[in-house]
Design a protein around this ligand. Structure first.
Ligand code: MOS
Length: 724
């Protein structure tokens, strides 16, 4: 049976709150935590598949052109080498919007330095790596290469443009205004677990164990790339060691393993090296943003301009959605928003954690800080004054709105000083100390999701879906929802994820995972409760299920009478999602120190206050916020992709040169969660959490750097050379 809900309006507010088990929302430790810390959780490359051959990818050493020759014979003469496969299908990436399926064995074209062009397969990894390293490849290089985003021809993205009123006139007439340009460097996903796949054919049936975020979608991509039916493909991805967007689509290692395994008639494993992950996996585009803001004497915004330029490869459709929250965060009658995409020959640009707001919000919040200063208004008060009652561009109501509460409660918890502010007010030895703040916003999305819940005759629940867990806590929250709904302690719930043999989930991405798949599990359990209520001769709301028994004492096992029950929950967003604006909101507060002599900046203390609907698990939700704030610190101070201006190759393709914050960089971080119910956001009244923690945080740090030392930075990250 299927319990279906297409949500086109608010759900019953009370329902989930009336349960007895006391699991939902609690800080339940990860149910798969033990498997992870003992190394028994199986990641993509670790599955025990009989006698796999090992594949190593070979990457292009030109920026643009064609592969004209590969010396297969020399490679095949090397020890252990079984095959050299150079197949254009490997680099066909429908995930990134590249059109169509490439014909087999056409000459590989190269459009960026480091692009995978072949896979060498051998008996051992060492033999494959050796042969890949020595593979002789001839190219026909094309000199017509674009490497500089500032010099390339902009393509306006009309879908994102908004013009209301007269921005220029409002800027000219305003009491206070700022007009500034901010640039942010590109970011890498740099997940701990590198991209890896083991492919295994049984006749026409292919099983691939891989590290992927969206199996529901990846299965179609892979079938498409290989020219086979989806029904012949099974994907397994039980644990994912981080994705951050880099595993939303399939990449070369998946297709290469599948092609090689078919050719050799034997399982093939392909694991990307750390350098390959950096070079071949999509990047967050660098951005160039112009902010034009103006306000009246009371600090009310009258003009709001935000224009951005981002880049991608020729033929790719993705454009970092920098303006996403700018459309609704602050009111102002005169608005102008626009986005240009330029084409350059760097690896594909795509979704990297919090695509859009991760870089758009910090820039906006840096401009807001400057305008607040000009207007002589405290930055918290300035934001409070400009929160619109509804989406200012489309007259749409918000499903719920916590920005004001986050600003007030965050300021109080942080101990924000709302007295007069000017830079260089406090010095301790060699360090200037300062504080800064910023708003947070990240659009909320839900996606279609299916999950099966089975109640066994022994009174245990089994949840099954192809949903993935990126380390975010999906296993645990689904066990909590099922346990809460069915009145079972957590150790009587089993959650099976990451297998396309199970009903299709929404995949993990865009912070839609928990709310969407949680709603599907909720719906399945609700239907099971109705059946239990029928058997117990009571109403579903009166069940009082707890610890495997209904109110009055009859046990589930007794009510099941030796039978197992099963339901599939099917959740779908309604067709009217554009009738409201849904977003998570928050506020960041930071205290930093900047070294007077070296320009080194350190975040001493940071607080984030967030509102994102129902909190499903206090611990994993908080961890998501901590992770987001850590990304904020990286975006503010260290993270930058550096490309060689001569050939566009990535100059810092590893974690020694691409600096993410380490433990020592993340000092005192506090998270305040403002629990709310948003009955329009999802069936379980939860919104996305994962990405909100980095949507503006770098702006709070930049504003604190200014307050500390007086430097208004125009570039992120704020490395010492830029601060000095
Ligand atoms: Mo995300 S960047 O949609 O995994």
């Amino acid at each position: 049976m299927t319990a279906h809900l297409k949500q086109d309006g608010p759900v019953d507010r009370a329902h989930l709150d009336g349960m007895q088990q006391g699991l939902l929302g609690k800080a339940v430790p990860r149910i798969e935590g033990y498997a992870k810390v003992t190394g028994t959780a199986t990641y993509a490359a670790e599955y025990d598949v009989a006698d796999p051959a090992e594949g190593v990818l070979v990457t292009a050493t030109i920026t643009k052109g064609k592969v004209t020759y590969i010396d297969n014979d020399a490679a095949l003469a090397m020890p252990g080498v079984l095959a050299v496969i150079a197949d254009a299908r490997m680099t066909t990436r429908p995930a990134q919007g590249t059109a169509g399926e490439a014909p087999e064995q056409e000459p590989q074209s190269v459009s960026y330095w480091g692009q995978p062009i072949a896979v060498v397969v051998a008996e051992t990894f060492e033999e494959a790596r050796n042969a890949a390293k020595h593979l002789v490849v001839a190219y026909e290089a094309d000199a017509d290469v674009d490497l500089d985003p500032a010099a390339a021809q902009p393509e306006p993205q009309d879908g994102q443009a908004v013009e209301m009123g007269d921005l220029t006139a409002a800027m000219d007439a305003a009491t206070h205004s700022v007009d500034l340009t901010i640039e942010t460097d590109g970011h890498a996903s740099a997940a701990m677990e590198p991209h890896a796949a083991i492919a295994d054919w049984d006749g026409d049936n292919l099983t691939v164990r891989a590290s992927l975020q969206m199996l529901n979608y990846n299965i179609a991509e892979l079938a498409d790339a290989l020219g086979v039916e989806e029904d012949n493909v099974r994907l397994i991805s039980r644990y994912v060691g981080g994705g951050f967007g880099s595993k939303l689509g399939i990449s070369e290692e998946v297709v290469a393993a599948a092609l090689a395994a078919r050719q050799l008639g034997r399982p093939v494993r392909v694991v990307m090296s750390r350098q390959q992950v950096f070079q071949c996996i999509m990047r967050r585009s660098e951005t160039h943003q112009r902010l034009q803001l103006a306000c009246d004497a009371e600090g009310r915004l009258t003009a709001f301009g935000h224009h951005a330029r981002v880049s991608n490869l020729p033929g790719e459709s993705f454009a970092e959605p920098v303006l996403q929250s700018s459309h609704f965060l602050y009111g102002a009658e005169n608005r102008s928003l626009g986005m240009d995409l330029v084409r350059i020959h760097r690896m594909t640009a795509g979704s990297v954690r919090a695509p859009g707001e991760a870089v758009g919000m910090p820039a906006l919040e840096m401009a807001m800080d400057e305008l607040a200063e000009k207007a002589g208004i405290d930055p918290v008060a300035f934001r409070l004054r400009n929160i619109p009652g509804e989406n200012p561009e489309e007259d749409l109501p918000f499903t719920s709105h916590t920005l004001a509460d986050c600003l007030r409660q965050g300021a109080e918890a942080f101990g924000w000083d709302d007295g007069p502010r000017r830079p260089r007010m406090r010095r301790e030895g060699d360090w200037w100390i300062g504080t800064g703040m910023a708003s947070a916003a990240r659009v909320h999305n839900v996606s279609e999701a299916k999950a099966r819940v089975r109640l066994t005759a022994e009174g245990r629940a089994v949840v099954q879906t192809d949903m993935t867990d990126l380390g975010t806590g999906t296993y645990t929250i689904l066990a909590q929802i099922a346990g809460e709904m069915l009145g079972l302690p957590i150790d009587r719930v089993t959650v099976e994820l990451g297998d396309t043999n199970h009903p299709r989930g929404p995949g993990s991405g865009g912070s839609w995972g928990a709310a969407s798949i949680g709603s599907a599990v909720y719906l399945a359990c609700k239907a099971l409760r109705e059946e239990i209520a029928r058997r117990a001769n009571t109403g579903e709301a009166e069940l009082g299920l707890k610890d495997g028994a209904v109110a009055g004492g009859r046990t589930l096992v007794d009510l099941l009478g030796g039978e197992a029950l099963e339901e599939v929950g099917h959740y779908e967003p309604g067709d009217n999602q554009d009738a409201w604006t849904a977003s998570g909101f928050g506020a960041f507060f930071a205290q930093v120190r900047v070294n007077h002599w070296t320009g080194e900046a350190r975040v001493d203390r940071m607080l984030g206050a967030f509102g994102f609907g129902r909190v499903l698990n206090e611990k994993t939700a908080r961890s998501q916020c901590l992770g987001g704030i850590t990304w904020s610190i990286g975006a503010a101070l260290t993270e930058a992709l550096h490309f060689d201006p001569r050939d566009g190759h990535l100059a810092n393709p590893d974690l020694a040169e691409y600096h993410v914050p380490v433990h020592r960089d993340v000092q005192d971080v506090e998270v305040l969660m403002l629990e709310e119910r948003d009955p329009l956001a999802s069936a379980i009244q939860a919104k996305g959490i994962g990405e909100l923690g980095m949507c503006g945080g770098a702006g709070a740090i930049a504003n604190a750097v200014y307050n500390a030392c007086g430097a208004r930075l125009r570039e992120l990250p704020m490395t010492p050379d830029r601060i000095l």
